[in-house]
Design a protein around this ligand. Sequence first.
Ligand SMILES: *Cc1c(COP(=O)(O)O)cnc(C)c1O
Length: 385
Amino acid sequence: GDGVRRVPRPRRGGAGRRDVRGLRLEIDLDKIGYNARELVERTSRRGISVTAVTKAVLGCPDIAQVMCAAGAISLGDSRVENLERMRTAHVDGPMLLLRSPMPSQIDRIVRADAMSVNTETEVLSALASAARSSGRVHDVLIMVELGDLREGVMPDELHDTVRHVLGLSALRLRGVGANLACRNGIEPSEENMAELSAMVTSVETTFGVDVEIVSGGNSANLDWALGSSNQGRINNLRVGESVLLGREPLRRRPIEGLHTDAFTLVGEVIESKRKPTKPWGRPGQNSFGETPRIDDRGVIWQTILAIGRQDTDTADLSAPEGIEILGASSDHLIAQTADRMSCGDEIRFEPGYSAILRSMTSPFVTQHHVGSGTPVGVRNSVAGL
Ligand SMILES: *Cc1c(COP(=O)(O)O)cnc(C)c1O
């Protein structure tokens, strides 16, 4: 030999475990399962079923299965690509395409065997002819505008749209829905929900049909659904953020008893130095056309993480105690830390909905699932910390 003793390199994570390092989004399946089960139970006491929305997690099949096991009656996603991903992974339950179909994707939507939301008669006709030529019946839900000014037929167009659907034998009218709080933040209320109920009843009496699904809205409807003494005809909600993040989106308040920390963005330190907080030289705009406001706090430990705006919405991350995010460019996140950190040290951030959306679609962020999909109670998890 060469006289050099070879010391085996320490293995991280223990034998048999995959090395989990680098920029990653940790997703706790147990916490998501718990949130989903809680919401299913709370709404079912009001006669409301849950369509669990998977778009923020790109139709991740593991998460979809957890949501179904928790009692969601169907899965909703805005993209046919995500519905196809779940179908390929043998997620078999009912699915709903949450966004009006792109005409270029009509055939795929019919083949994905999902119901779709609709507002345009020309799209409905195209769905009917695609369904007819593949020998299928395609289920539809008509969306009505209630004031948030995103998708939906105007209330006075609803009857004409229903008549159009009923005239197409390859389509089946399954329900009527509405969406609020997404574009203009218009809140679900006793008034607009009663208006939706009245429209449903009017469709039924006019056309002699049974409107099976009345989908009142998204996570922003939970306060109304759980608080109102009269849910009227509303018997379904499509919920994403409240299941994934345990928050209601109108005020981003945590929902009592749910986990708000199922997602963690873990980043890696690449530089940590004593630096002044005040830049020097002649100031112009930064790389994003912004002129940052400088808050001079003297000399600090400036720590850089390999996380950038390409990886997440850096303005939507919460840093742990003792660490403050000062700014971010495409590939660098600048934070103030109490001490020098070593390169390779990890910092765990709590992402909001917008940060999760961006991280899920960044090819640089890996996804790491923890937990088995067995729901963990909030109390247990707090006690376990
Ligand atoms: C995204 C979406 C939802 C889910 O919204 P959350 O706020 O995440 O609950 C429901 N319905 C439609 C039409 C959507 O686009």
